[in-house]
Design a protein around this ligand. Sequence first.
Ligand code: PMP
Length: 343
Amino acid sequence: MMDLKDLVRPNIWELKPYSSARDEFHGSASVFLDANENPYNEPYNRYPDPLQWELKDRIAELKDVDRNSIFLGNGSDEPIDLVIRAFCDPAVDCIVSITPTYGMYEVAANVNDVEFRKVTLTPDFELDADKLLAEVDEWVKIIFLCSPNNPTGNSLNRDEIYKILNNFEGIVILDEAYIDFSEEPSFLPELKKFPNLIILQTLSKAWGAAGIRLGMAFASPEIVAILNKIKYPYNVNVLTQERALDILNNETEMLRQLRSIMSERIRLQAALPELSVVNKMYPTDANFILVDVGKADSVYNKLVKKGVIVRNRNNVTLCHGCLRITVGTPEENDALLKALKSI
Ligand code: PMP
């Protein structure tokens, strides 16, 4: 990996961050008159902990990582944007990623005026590391990968991911939003070996909390310190911190839901290929299944008329004719199968 100082934008490296009241004093006291808060309406009158330590301690325990290697944000979308802002000079630096993949990487690059180069996956949605590395030049600061990948559902080949980690001098972001649904292990235990690796996970999928917006980035303490420097001071609100802690303290419930989703995934994987409307079903390591139905727009519209909404991926690279179907409750999946059967 290049020296972090040479990778980070010079203005960000030099940046003196905003220092909030809660940064300047943390600890217990009987009288807090330092943040211009209203003294009434406890506890929501108070600003949240800017670095979310209670929550990070629980995540550190769950994930077996150092608390200083955790960054928390307003969904994964926040660290996606912050990493681009930290490392890529607008109109100068570049990002390389795969296609198809999660659309926010490209949108965040465009918002920041950063060129986004896309390398098409193989027809079976596999990553070709050499092809991707061939797009790298001195301006490429970040490579975005997603495994299990959205919308394809498959995990990327681990050896190809290692090849990129071992051969790219910049930052590699590996988005593991769907890792809890996968047979493949997370790359989290590899963090110490690869100082250029940033792993994204989220409470929005297996933890069932998309509504509270909590995204996690795991990286070296040095990278986390840079993200902390540029984030909004109070980026994760009190309600989210409280609720996230409750949810993370009830791992049993998450595992119960995960078991149900996994067994429903197996049921759908058996039922979908039997339907005349389905031409092909792709393997999945996530909580969704990509199916080729041929005339995807027409099938999508017919499903909408029956009150069943899936994601139409007809216009996405390599996904022509495909719908992406999220695994729901047993009743929801019954409704989906019934609707597809009658098309
Ligand atoms: N990463 C991937 C691969 C996703 O598919 C999604 C949501 N569809 C996200 C991140 C967004 O996660 P969050 O809700 O934490 O912003």
